[in-house]
Design a protein around this ligand. Structure first.
Ligand SMILES: NC(=O)c1ccc[n+]([C@@H]2O[C@H](COP(=O)([O-])OP(=O)(O)OC[C@H]3O[C@@H](n4cnc5c(N)ncnc54)[C@H](O)[C@@H]3O)[C@@H](O)[C@H]2O)c1
Length: 367
């Protein structure tokens, strides 16, 4: 760390990694950014575009360097566990793209390494920093929903043509975008799950041993009577991706994400008391929600960065800021290793339940 500022390397400059390098470069608490990518042409293209001089062809040279306090992994899914462990063992803090791991054993190994090394670990689940999630979290914490009755989240995406490691991935291994915002809003953890698989993958696409294109789960949460339904589908599914697909239903207020991109979310508000003259039910108003701009929802220190940034994925800026500030302030980050372990185990156990025809599976790391 130099003068309270963090020196960070972003590793893996595919589709997603480039936006993180740009996000860190824009932050007030970052001293410098390095980049790492085995594809030399890509490394130099991104380095030249962002004006980043520190360039590495492999993770080993980043870990051997004393020019970095932290590393952000944006590499292919199968590399996350071993690379996270290597980063923390090298004495550096680690941020990792989702998923944390694909098995409970690997979740345990990452948690054990964090405990052993004392380094910060943060899972970069981006949907928790969307404008909708930040705003709904505020409303929830102010008690606007009344008693929560039900939550729902979905992640539909067509992964055909994506890198090979996506082929046949059990959808629940990547259920973070549906589940994460709801857990972040309520502050709950997952205690148990029942899940069913849906659809059929052709034999040649089952590299993870899963036969399902789609999975639908019911999660039990700690400290809340409401359950959380999550559906995820990535394969052979005629539905375009839309972020922020989550729904909360309360006794006073309900929130529904938009159906298609470009629309605003909808809020339903129940008026107090019953209708007059023996009429049935309660009057419920329906309106489109005008979300505040992202810059009004993030910490003051980065409001201007968000307002003026041309980075496409704006959620990266508050996430990157949170990781950096947690290191500077010596505190756990928003999605620390134990939270990440619970969210990840929830998806792994959900798939396990689907493979056992919906049997309940207890989820570890719940509080
Ligand atoms: N919103 C989100 O949270 C979100 C969105 C997209 C992707 N992701 C995650 O981010 C990760 C990257 O996604 P992507 O679409 O950019 O993937 P990608 O496969 O397109 O890119 C990965 C990059 O890592 C590089 N790489 C491969 N092996 C490496 C190694 N050993 N060391 C360093 N770099 C290496 C590759 O050359 C490639 O440029 C994935 O794990 C994915 O799950 C998360």
């Amino acid at each position: 760390m130099t003068a309270g500022k963090i020196r960070i390397a972003v590793v893996g400059l595919g589709n997603f990694g480039q936006t993180w390098a740009a996000a860190y470069a824009a932050l007030p608490d970052v001293a410098h950014v390095g980049i790492c990518e085995p594809d030399e042409r890509l490394l130099n293209t991104v380095g030249n575009k962002l004006g980043i001089e520190r360039r590495h062809g492999d993770l080993a040279s980043v870990l051997a360097s004393d020019e970095y306090d932290a590393v952000h992994l944006v590499t292919p899914i199968p590399l996350h566990v071993e690379q996270s462990i290597a980063v923390m063992k090298s004495g550096k803090h680690c941020a990792c793209a989702i998923p944390m791991a694909l098995s409970l054993e690997d979740v345990d190994r990452v948690v054990a390494t964090k405990k052993e090394t004392g380094q910060t670990y943060m899972l970069m689940e981006t949907e928790i920093a969307s404008a909708a999630c930040l705003y709904v979290r505020r409303l929830y914490r102010d008690g606007a929903f009344g008693d929560l009755q039900l939550m729902r989240g979905v992640h539909y995406q067509n992964m055909e043509g994506w890198p090979d490691y996506w082929r046949g991935l059990p959808p629940m291994y990547y259920c973070y975008h549906g589940l994460g915002p709801l857990l972040h809003v309520t502050g709950c953890t997952v205690a148990g799950v029942q899940c069913r698989g849906s659809g059929t993958l052709p034999e040649e696409e089952r590299q993870y041993g899963s036969p399902y294109t789609t999975e639908s789960a019911v999660f039990e949460l700690t400290g809340l009577d409401a359950i959380c339904e999550i559906t995820a589908s990535f394969h052979r599914f005629a539905r375009s991706f839309l972020s922020d697909r989550f729904y909360l239903y309360g006794s006073r207020l309900s929130f529904e994400s938009p159906q298609i991109a470009g629309e605003d979310p909808v809020v339903f508000e129940a008026e107090a008391g019953v209708l007059p003259d023996g009429q049935r039910g309660r009057k419920v108003s329906v309106k489109r929600m005008d979300l505040p701009p992202m810059a009004d929802l993030v910490p003051d220190a980065i409001a201007e960065v968000v307002r003026t940034s041309r980075i496409r994925r704006q959620t990266g800026i508050p996430m990157a800021h949170e990781f950096v500030r947690s290191i500077v302030e010596h505190r756990p980050p928003a999605v620390d290793v134990f939270t990440a372990a619970n969210w990840t185990a929830a998806g792994v156990c959900a798939h396990e339940s689907a493979m056992r025809n919906g049997e309940r599976v207890a989820v570890p790391y719940c509080e």
